[in-house]
Ligand binder design. Sequence first.
Ligand code: ADP
Length: 542
Amino acid sequence: MNGLMMQQPLLISSLLVHAERHHGAQEIVSRRTEGDLHRYTFRELARRARRMAKAIQALGVGQGDRVATLAWNGYRHLELYYAVSGSGAVLHTLNPRLHPDQLGWIVANAEDRVLCFDQTFLPLVEKVAPLLKSVQHVVLLCDRTHMPARCSIPNLLCYEDLIDAHSDDYAWPQLDENLASSLCYTSGTTGNPKGVLYSHRSTVLHTYASALPDALNLSSRDTVLPVVPMFHVNAWGLPYAACMVGAKVVFPGAQLDGASLHELFESERVTVSAGVPTVWQGLLTHVEAHGLNFSTMRRTVIGGSACSPAMIRSFEEQYRVQVLHAWGMTELSPLGTVCILQPKHAELPVDAQLQVQAKQGQSLFGIDMKIVDAHGQELPWDGQASGELLVRGHWVAQSYFRGEGGDPLVDGWFPTGDVSTIDADGYMQITDRAKDVIKSGGEWIGSIDIENIAMACPGVAMAACIGVKHPKWDERPLLVVVPKPGAQLGKAEVLGFLSGKIAKWWTPDDVVFVDAIPLGATGKMLKHKLRESFKDYLMPAA
Ligand code: ADP
């Protein structure tokens, strides 16, 4: 017997319809590439998104066609999020920090038909233009007065002209919820980028789960500032979640330095934010150097790479900002786990609480996970056994765009390439990426653990631990450290700080100091580049 309830498809457009009807007056504030602060409401967002939906259809974009964006976090980008997916086309967010050849390759692979970009990226688009064979229309996200007098792109369209040419008399189509809605390529830190094709259904379910109290805990009382770019796994779903809950949104545009972010946090009374650790490092350095604080910020989501206990301590003890340590990946839309302390943890000493918060946390409803050994046998949840993390759920990729790389699943589970433990309470902790694990004398050394401890050493701004070839042990750990400005830091201080906090045989054989650690397009440390730089490094004799 079937239930007797309505069947309504889970559509991205329904998030916007809800925001317009129920939170119409809620504000969206954007720092624009034009240099000013733009303000409008969900009501205006919805109207302009409908006009844009008509405009892209008038350009000949049909169901399933890909529309690419090269844009910062801002209201026009948000309009495209809804206009493109809502009308049945596929929104393809491109990462402008990729190498131009890689961008060209991705656009060709996706067969994007339209490319919309922010002014900042005009030189980049001019450079890659010869590679954009599939692209029929190129749209600059600005008004007529900001269009360039001269540029090498033929028939460059103006976004505001397209909006002006259409009315908002448009009804969102009632699509099949399983249709593709958006496309993101993995950032390629592990090989050629592969396209992950989300559906309306997977996106809406991810949105529901991400907003829950034990996840990002979002509500209409929040003001959300996504620092994580809308070109990095849909800004972790925040552009959708904000509409679902009716939260005020503040977009930082291109200015992601500590000073600009802090100013916006304060002036717009931001309560929650999200970004990768390297961005927060910049913000904390600024706030510390200028003796500032956060008067309205209540929590921040930190993920994309491991957040060290030292950073969590700074945010929570010095600034009273709760850290939500989260784990995810492009293939998971991206959220998989979030770390929130349970009441029983309140009794633990602060250091022990920080050890729990350094974990990536518990699964959201809708994601199941397990860890397996080299033979695929499931390992116990005892917080000790570590193995490859596998996941499955409503918003996990089952294959890549165009079948790239074959069938990735193992018995219906997606292998994440991460190595982790899971404790008896279900808190998962990433110890490494499989390819970053250091293999020493037949045993594994978890580089993240060492980095987390090194980050707490006074004078250390950033630390990466990599495996370097060793004649006897196969590999030994080398710690690469970026000192804080002005810090007088030597190898003995760093090793002394690690001493007693990790197993003796995990202790790095050497410490090298560098000005910077190479970061990838999404702000993560590029350990393969570091390994390449130090491949001939000779460890000092023990
Ligand atoms: P790519 O795989 O191309 O780097 P993603 O942005 O999808 O692109 O990265 C996902 C990976 O980032 C995860 O598989 C994991 O290795 C890492 N990651 C994400 N969040 C965390 C976290 N909180 N702690 C440690 N690693 C993380």
